[in-house]
Design a protein around this ligand. Structure first.
Ligand SMILES: [Zn+2]
Ligand SMILES: [Zn+2]
Length: 139
């Protein structure tokens, strides 16, 4: 096992920060309705990291949603001071934590391997022929 440099990240105001030293398990673009709303953007850049590898500093606020697309519970963690969405916990995958890619300090080397909930993608977001786009969940 190599030990990669730690990746660090933080919210806009800096009250919440995190670090992890493992390689992300995957990077997935999510077009789901909830991610569009939560990020206020066309999709979420979801960086999947082993939960046990992520150290969080500060106390994020948490808002639980029942996924509009699949009915699964999600804890959506954000900074209560500046409102930045930072992390998501999927109740069906408690071994993982999803880091919002835009909150990382170093965003290099995170080319997404797949896109999910493609049927919700905004109509200007062209699929990339080199990257699988699933209609719904990848599974
Ligand atoms: Zn903040
Ligand atoms: Zn989503």
């Amino acid at each position: 096992m190599n030990s990669p440099e730690p990746r660090t990240g933080h919210c806009l105001c800096g009250a919440i920060s995190y670090r992890f030293t493992t390689q992300p398990e995957a990077v997935v673009l999510c077009h789901c309705d909830d991610c569009q709303r939560h990020t206020g953007s066309a999709f979420s850049e979801n960086v999947l990291v082993a939960r046990e590898a992520v150290e969080i500093s500060g106390t994020p606020k948490s808002f639980q949603t029942t996924g509009t697309e699949n009915g699964q519970l999600r804890d959506r963690l954000f900074c209560g001071d500046c409102g930045t969405p930072i992390l998501t916990v999927l109740h069906e995958r408690p071994d993982l934590i999803i880091v919002k890619g835009g909150t990382l300090d170093d965003r290099s080397g995170l080319k997404p391997g797949a896109e999910v909930w493609g049927r919700r993608a905004q109509d200007w977001v062209e699929p990339d022929p080199a990257r699988p786009r699933f209609d719904g969940d990848a599974r």
